[in-house]
Design a protein around this ligand. Structure first.
Ligand code: AMP
Length: 282
């Protein structure tokens, strides 16, 4: 695996590969890699000739400075995992490389409701930062395919819109969420859960599964089930839900009926760690 820290060098390398007819797959990450990230690498290797992974803990998408400072950094272990996963290229830029003009938050207007609801509401400015860094990374790598996880459901919808808006040639491929054996969605933040919190965290996916089963019931109604899901999580001492919502899976608007595709999305705090998860329901 080749490692690049400089944009120019990465671009020159990719340009030569593209000229030789190779297709490029891109997996952007913030590191602290786990099997979920590696499933994106695997998918990219299946679908494209050259897989580029980036590790960049993007300061502009953290609305909470403490969360940014506590974000796990494990570059050495990450590099080994990527080598083993046969990733071709690792892009490892520093903050100055990505933001030569500083990290002052840029507003990303024109995305509307999809960026201001749910995560956008609870983490103000978060998606501005995500759009900012992804615009930059996509311009650098210019991949044929971009691989993102369904785990960050709202994020992949927004990046799909970014690609459309900017008329990029990149195709977005969304990959299913990898879970631990007990159902907890894999996340870099899971390493910060203590034993009690880790035990409790299983209730997130359990609740999502129960909601999925309930929605299939012909007589069930969306607001009732949504309320039930939120109440179920709130009932656990130690779980503080920020939201539990059933939404239209394409627009994230509150759905009027069960005839559209639905997704349940939740964010909770357990033992001081903020976790998100979601499940497509129908
Ligand atoms: P992150 O490093 O958290 O920014 O994540 C990098 C990419 O990995 C994003 O596209 C995430 O959606 C994806 N990802 C994170 N966790 C998982 C998971 N458990 N399963 C599949 N993809 C994931």
């Amino acid at each position: 695996m080749l490692i690049f820290k400089r944009i120019n060098e990465l671009k020159a390398h990719l340009k030569a590969l593209k000229r030789g007819g190779k297709t490029i797959g891109f997996v952007p990450t913030m590191g602290a890699l786990h099997a979920g990230h590696l499933s994106l690498i695997k998918e990219s290797r299946k679908q494209t000739n050259i897989t580029v992974c980036s590790i960049f803990v993007n300061p502009t998408q953290f609305n909470d400075r403490k969360d940014f400072l506590k974000y796990p950094i494990t570059i050495e272990a990450d590099t080994e995992k990527l080598e083993r996963a046969k990733c071709d290229v690792l892009f490892l830029p520093n903050v100055e490389e990505i933001y030569p003009n500083g990290t002052a938050p840029k507003n990303a207007p024109g995305y509307g409701f999809i960026t201001t609801t749910l995560e956008g509401e609870h983490r103000p400015g978060h998606f501005n930062g995500v759009i900012q860094v992804m615009t930059r990374l996509l311009k650098i790598v210019e991949p044929d395919k971009l691989f993102m996880g369904r785990k960050d459901y709202q994020q992949q919808l927004i990046i799909g819109q970014l690609i459309k808006k900017k008329k990029l040639k990149t195709k977005l491929v969304t990959v299913d969420t990898m879970r631990e054996k007990d159902g907890l969605a894999m996340s870099s933040r899971n390493v910060r859960l203590d034993r009690t919190a880790r035990k409790l965290s299983v209730e997130i996916s359990k609740t999502l599964k129960a909601v999925k089963a309930a929605i299939r019931h012909p007589k069930s109604n969306i607001p009732q089930i949504q309320k039930w899901g939120l109440a179920k999580l709130s009932d656990f001492k130690g779980i503080e839900p920020e939201y539990f919502e059933i939404r239209n899976a394409a627009t994230l608007k509150p759905p009027k009926s069960k005839t559209v595709k639905l997704v349940a999305l939740t964010a909770v705090k357990i033992g001081g760690v903020r976790l998100i998860d979601n499940m497509v329901l129908n």
